[in-house]
Design a protein around this ligand. Structure first.
Ligand SMILES: *Cc1c(COP(=O)(O)O)cnc(C)c1O
Length: 422
């Protein structure tokens, strides 16, 4: 047990009475040292398509500020209809076959958690017993799989990735055994921004009869539109017969208000099985598919608003703009002496390093100029997941990056001791 904070450094419970004007002034003061994310200086966490889409999301959210999605079935029918629509839209986009189903959740981590639980519950329904299950994921898969494994006592085996930084399916296959209940591929993985070979992993899943979850938290609402915009990006969806579930975040490249993600199942029965149902308390049947009970109605309404506002045309034109922006970033970075891409980006995540000097030393210098540097430790590199916040920042970023790189290279500055943190 940690010690209780002493009275002197603990914030006292407010005495109350602050007006909104006072509160807002204090909030502005609290954020004055924040990194300027609106100006594209934060390379993750925040997403933007257009001003109009942000407007639709905010207004949709505020209109349903009080409604609770937990009560969608019994009281808030409009909200329930919007949630059902959101699931239909996602299944339509990701080629969900007849009989498929889905749900919304509060984020990618929750979607992944429930996906892993669904595979575990399915394995149990097939007569597999005990808790000694394992899942096989690429080294580059999101930590949420380990969070899920930790909660459910499922071992997470991280397989090698290849020189192209995509999942190595041979390495994955060597880790499979009788207790393996799930294989995972990312579309794309967060660290390197490349799509794993879902086609090959799907073959593996069918060969060994194992559940395949595709983590499209980043690409679910982005890759289909990059493809429509004419970009050649590997496929990842339910058209591959081994794919049994897909996580896709609306609050990333769906440009919807946090917190919202989606989770889709090839078989609606998998959703039915994973749904928590409990009747042994005074108020009768309690049933939710989510980990959360109470859920923000605003996130659903705001997402429904953004999806209807952007639609196929808006998402496609925005995807095209982001792809062109990413191309310009890549060109600009590769024009700087000593820098090279660690992978050719499949989406808008860039990851680059240097063979000539310490890239973390460059990142440290950039940090001194008001940029939050994204880092990968393996391979050592700089990292950014970009949306339209990052277009106005591009020229300044590239010139500050070049100055930092030249400084490190020219002055033979040694290794930085900063560490990669998400
Ligand atoms: C962001 C992310 C997640 C987790 O999503 P949260 O909404 O942050 O919980 C999962 N997988 C990938 C590839 C991600 O980038």
């Amino acid at each position: 047990m940690s010690e209780k904070p002493s009275k002197s450094n603990r914030a006292p419970f407010p005495s109350g009475g602050a007006t909104w004007e006072e509160i807002e002034a204090t909030m502005d003061d609290l954020t004055k040292d924040d990194i300027d994310w609106r100006a594209g200086r934060v390379p993750l966490y925040v997403f933007k398509a257009t001003e109009e889409a942000s407007h639709a999301g905010k207004h949709g959210f505020m209109k349903f500020f009080s409604e609770n999605a937990l009560g969608g079935k019994r009281a808030f029918f409009g909200l329930k209809k919007m949630e059902d629509d959101i699931i239909d839209f996602g299944l339509d986009l990701l080629n969900g076959p007849a009989g498929s189903g889905g749900m919304t959740s509060t984020g990618g981590s929750e979607s992944i958690l429930i996906g892993v639980k669904a595979a575990r519950d399915f394995a149990r329904s097939q007569g597999c017993t005990g808790n000694a299950f394992n899942i096989v994921v690429p080294y580059s898969a999101h930590p949420a799989f380990n969070k899920a494994g930790g909660l459910m006592d499922i071992e997470v085996r991280r397989a090698n990735i290849g020189v192209d930084l995509r999942a190595d399916t041979d390495s994955m296959e060597t880790m499979i055994d009788k207790q393996t209940i799930m294989l995972v591929g990312s579309a794309p993985c967060f660290p390197h921004g490349v799509v794993d070979p879902i086609d090959d992993i799907s073959v593996l899943a069918q060969k060994w009869d194992i559940w395949l979850h595709v983590d499209a938290c980043v690409g679910g609402y982005l890759i289909p539109f990059l493809q429509k915009a004419g970009r050649s990006i590997p496929n990842f969806d339910f058209n591959f017969p081994g794919v049994r579930s897909i996580s896709a975040d609306l609050h990333k490249f769906g440009f919807c208000p946090k917190p919202i993600s989606t989770l889709f199942f090839r078989h609606a029965e998998d959703l039915e099985r994973v749904t928590f149902k409990f009747d042994g308390w005074p108020n009768g049947l309690f049933s939710t598919a989510t980990i959360a009970g109470t859920r923000a109605g605003g996130a659903i309404a705001g997402s429904w608003a953004v999806l209807n506002h952007l639609g196929v045309s808006g998402y496609t034109s925005n995807a095209e703009k982001m792809a062109e922006m990413t191309d310009r970033y890549v060109l600009g970075i590769e024009a700087i002496e000593g820098l090279h891409m660690l992978a050719k980006p499949d989406a808008t995540i860039i990851n680059f390093g240097s063979r000539d000097y310490d890239i973390f030393a460059v990142a440290e210098k950039l940090g001194e100029h008001g940029w939050l540097p994204g880092l990968t430790k393996d391979p050592k590199g700089m990292h950014a997941m970009m949306s339209m916040f990052h277009e106005p920042a591009r020229e300044q970023y590239l010139s500050d990056l070049e100055a930092a790189a030249n400084q490190v290279r020219g002055n033979n500055i040694g290794e930085s001791n900063i560490t990669a943190t998400y």
